[in-house]
Design a protein around this ligand. Structure first.
Ligand SMILES: *Cc1c(COP(=O)(O)O)cnc(C)c1O
Length: 411
């Protein structure tokens, strides 16, 4: 798969837009309102006839627009819309493109809060079938006449299951279904979902795209792979525009307006700063994760390691083909689950915290924290054991991390 010069494409993007005084970054625009000398210009902005025009910051600012154009470039897409968090981006996609009576097929192994959102969709009359997407045949078997969308995450957190990304893409193309891929864990550095036919790509920008853990954000990118003429839920107001723009237009207009979870200029700026070093960070954190996975797999106190970069992982071949690496996310299970807290407490470098894709390594026991509210039944269905520990590898020196785990696991 081709990997265009990803970092180069975004490093110089702001400067090339022509920032005043030769600034190298789009400024943090703090205005909520945008005024015009001629009222006709204001009218044109409202009617979408003036490209790049702004009227009210809930619908975007020049600073969020600069980040959107970088995200579109990173995912080889035709456009992007930013939100105040990854969950806001997901909510906007589901609530603006689906209506009561529609059906969605999703991987069973999804982010806990996405799982919770699916439960909410159910109460609104949008049914979600959850299948093992490691098999495209299971996805195919779950399709119904009213299925509108197939949703997967590239690498599931915390179990690291990988869907059959390519075959599901072929299925969606044949069935003219919208294929939505949450690429948060792999990032555009390891994977471009467009290459497997995804129509929409979703990101939590709070994770590896920002990398610093200093700003929440989310985004939806339209890759241009889906023909929106096949989406029956586009409102009449948007059907006069070019059909290629329908999806993102409705997600932006209705998503930001109805739900109002808009990204602030300050956070867009912070995320843009982080994105400049994303590629370097992902390379180092993924190398650290692989080293930790190998080390833990060989350790007698460890029962299982879940990491797509290991040949022992059930979807190792898919991960190798699609991502070329296993990412920075791994989890493991101790032989003695009762020793879990003792081992984690002995770690000196990783932070005992939730969160993912940070420059610092983060460690968390999964069952009693992020999956506690979900309950034992959901945990079992998602392959989460009581002794599972999640690691989000950071960019520390590899030897320091290994040495720290070595001392923590020693009796
Ligand atoms: C964190 C995360 C989200 C939600 O993003 P927030 O910015 O925390 O709201 C969605 N999907 C995945 C895969 C995530 O890891």
């Amino acid at each position: 798969m081709d990997k265009p010069a990803l970092t180069t494409s975004i490093l110089h993007a702001d400067r090339r837009l022509g920032v005043e005084h030769g600034g190298i970054r789009t400024p943090i625009h703090t205005s909520i309102q945008y005024g015009y000398e001629r009222v006709e210009d204001l009218i044109d902005v409202f009617q979408g006839k003036r490209k790049g025009g702004f009227n009210y910051a809930r619908q975007g600012t020049p600073t969020t627009a600069a980040l959107e154009s970088k995200l579109a470039a990173l995912e080889l897409g035709r456009g992007a819309v930013c939100f105040s968090s990854g969950m806001a981006a997901l909510t906007a996609v589901f609530l603006t493109l689906l209506r009561a009576g529609d059906h969605v097929v999703s991987s069973r192994f999804v982010f806990g809060n996405t799982h919770s959102l699916f439960t909410t969709l159910g109460t609104l009359g949008i049914e979600v079938s959850r299948v093992d997407a490691g098999s495209a045949a299971e996805v195919a078997a779950a399709l119904r006449p009213n299925t509108r969308m197939v949703f997967v995450e590239t690498i599931a957190n915390p179990g690291t299951q990988v869907p059959d990304l390519e075959a599901i893409g072929t299925l969606c193309r044949d069935q003219r279904l919208l294929y939505v891929v949450d690429n948060t864990i792999t990032s555009p550095v390891l994977f471009r979902p467009r290459h497997v036919g995804a129509g929409l790509v979703i990101h939590s920008l709070s994770k590896t795209i920002a990398g610093h853990g200093a700003a929440l954000g989310g985004a939806v990118i339209d890759t241009g792979e889906f023909d929106w003429l096949h989406c029956p839920n586009i409102a009449d107001a948007y059907r006069s525009a070019d059909p290629a723009s329908w999806g993102l237009l409705q997600i932006r207009k209705k998503g930001l307006r109805d739900m109002g979870a808009s990204l602030s200029s300050e956070h867009a700026h912070q995320i843009g700063l982080g994105a400049e070093t994303m590629e370097l960070r992902v390379r180092q954190s993924s190398a650290n994760a692989l080293a930790l996975a190998r080390y833990l797999e060989s350790h007698p106190a460890v029962d299982k390691v879940h990491y797509p970069g290991l040949p022992s992982h059930p979807q190792h071949e898919t991960a190798r083909r699609c991502f070329g690496a296993g990412s920075w996310l791994l989890s493991f299970e101790l032989r003695d689950p009762g020793s879990m807290c003792r081992v984690i407490n002995k770690l000196r470098i990783p932070i005992k915290a939730t969160g993912l894709g940070d420059t610092r390594t983060l460690v968390i026991p999964v069952a009693p924290t992020i999956f506690w509210e979900a309950g034992a039944q959901v945990r079992a269905a998602m392959g989460i054991s009581d002794g599972m520990v999640r690691i989000s590898a950071g960019i520390e020196d590899t030897d320091d991390l290994i040495a720290d785990f070595e001392q923590a696991l020693a009796d």
